[in-house]
Design a protein around this ligand. Structure first.
Ligand SMILES: Nc1ncnc2c1ncn2[C@@H]1O[C@H](COP(=O)(O)OP(=O)(O)OP(=O)(O)O)[C@@H](O)[C@H]1O
Ligand SMILES: [Mg+2]
Length: 322
C-alpha cells in the first residue's frame, strides 16, 4: 500500500520514555474506510502509537501521518481530523450523560437539531436512558465507559482512535459498540483500535497488526494470520489433575509443540500440523503413558493461537474468552 493513499501511515516509529523504549521502529498502515486493530501484550506499545498519532506525544524518530498530514509538523491539521477514546475516561464527572454528550456534540460544531438526535440515538444505543439524568460521578465503571465511548462517537471524524474500547463493558454494550464501529467504517471513517479481546479483532478488523516490544511482528487479515501459523490445535481433557504434567510432557514429545495447560478445565492442548494420524498417535501415546483421557479433539486455530505464536505471551485474563 502506498503510504500517501493511507488514512494512517506509520513508518519506523521510535519513542522512549526515559530509558524505556516503548516503540522500536514500528510500521503500520490503515487504508481509508477500514478497521485496523493493534493486538499485543501489556506494554507492547499500543497506547503509545495512539498517543503519537493523536498528537499527544512526539515521536523520537520515524514518521507518522494522518490523511497525509504529519503528526508533528501539522499537528493542528491532524487534530481537526481525528477522534479519540482513551484507555481512561475523559468525560466530566459533574455533568450527566446527556450533558456530556451534548457538550461533545457542540464542541464538534454539530448544529442543534442533529446534535439532539445524535445524543438521543447514542443514549438509546448504549442503554443509558435510566441513568442519563444523573451526574456521571454516581455511575458504575461500566456505565462511565459507555458514556465515554458514546462521547467519542458523537461526531464522525474521518479517523477514529479507540484504545481498548470494550475493557469493562458487558457483552451487550460490547456488541453495540462493534455495530457502531462497523457502521462508521462503512460510512468511510478509518478506525484504529487496540484490544486485548482477541475475539474483537476477529469480529471487527479488516487488518490486524500483532505488536510486541515496540514493533509490528506480524500483520494480515485474521484468516491470513491463522493460516500463517498453520495446522490445528489438538486438545485433550483428562479425568484427574494429576495427569496434566504427564500429558503435557507426552504431547510435547509426540507432537513437538509447546503444550498449554488449563488446570481449571483439566485440558492440555498443543499446536499440530495437519499430518494424518496425529489424533490416534496422541491417544495411543497418552494411553501408554497411563493418562486417563476423557476427551480428545482437534479444533481450528483462533486468534489466541496467533497471539501466542507471535508474541510468546498468553492473552491477559480479562481478554481471554476461555
Ligand atoms: N508516561 C510514561 N512514562 C514512562 N513509561 C511509559 C509511559 N507510558 C508508557 N510507558 C512504557 O512504555 C511501554 C509501552 O507502553 P504502552 O502504554 O504503549 O503499552 P500498551 O501496549 O498500551 O500496554 P497495555 O496493554 O497495558 O495498555 C511500556 O513499557 C510502558 O511501561
Ligand atoms: Mg495501552
Amino acid at each position: 500500500m502506498r503510504p500517501e493513499s493511507s488514512a494512517i501511515a506509520v513508518e519506523g516509529l521510535v519513542k522512549s520514555y526515559g530509558r524505556t523504549a516503548a516503540l522500536r521502529g514500528l510500521t503500520m498502515h490503515a487504508a481509508r474506510g477500514t478497521v485496523v486493530c493493534l493486538m499485543g501484550p501489556n506494554g507492547a506499545g499500543k497506547t503509545t502509537v495512539i498517543r503519537v498519532l493523536s498528537t499527544l506525544t512526539r515521536p523520537d524518530g520515524g514518521r507518522a501521518t494522518v490523511c497525509g498530514h504529519d503528526v508533528v509538523e501539522a499537528a493542528g491539521r491532524v487534530r481537526a481530523l481525528i477522534g479519540l477514546t482513551g484507555q481512561d475516561a475523559a468525560v466530566d464527572e459533574h455533568l450527566t450523560a446527556t450533558e456530556n454528550l451534548w457538550l461533545f456534540a457542540r464542541l464538534n460544531r454539530l448544529a442543534r437539531g442533529p446534535a439532539r438526535s445524535r445524543v438521543a440515538e447514542l443514549i438509546e444505543a448504549f442503554d443509558l436512558g435510566s441513568v442519563a439524568a444523573r451526574p456521571v460521578r454516581t455511575y458504575s465503571g461500566g456505565l462511565r465507559r459507555r458514556v465515554d465511548l458514546a462521547a467519542a462517537l458523537v461526531a464522525a471524524p474521518p479517523v477514529l482512535f479507540v484504545d481498548e474500547p470494550t475493557t469493562g463493558l458487558d457483552p451487550r454494550s460490547r456488541r453495540t459498540l462493534w455495530e457502531l464501529i462497523r457502521a462508521r467504517a462503512r460510512a468511510g471513517s478509518t478506525i484504529l483500535l487496540t484490544t486485548q479481546y482477541l475475539e474483537e479483532g476477529d469480529q471487527l478488523a479488516d487488518r490486524i497488526y500483532v505488536v510486541d516490544q515496540g514493533r509490528a511482528v506480524a500483520e494480515g487479515t485474521p484468516d491470513e494470520l491463522k493460516a500463517r501459523i498453520g495446522g490445528e490445535r489438538i486438545e485433550v481433557t483428562l479425568a484427574r489433575p494429576a495427569g496434566l504434567p504427564v500429558a503435557a510432557a507426552e504431547l510435547e514429545t509426540l507432537l513437538g509443540g509447546r503444550p498449554e495447560v488449563d488446570e481449571a478445565a483439566l485440558t492440555v492442548s498443543v499446536l499440530t500440523d495437519d499430518r494424518p494420524g496425529v489424533l490416534s498417535r496422541a491417544i495411543r501415546g497418552l494411553d501408554e503413558a497411563g493418562v486417563d483421557v476423557t476427551d480428545v479433539r482437534l479444533r481450528r486455530l483462533t486468534l489466541d493461537d496467533v497471539f501466542f505464536a507471535f508474541t510468546g505471551a498468553e492473552p491477559t485474563a480479562n481478554g481471554h474468552p476461555r
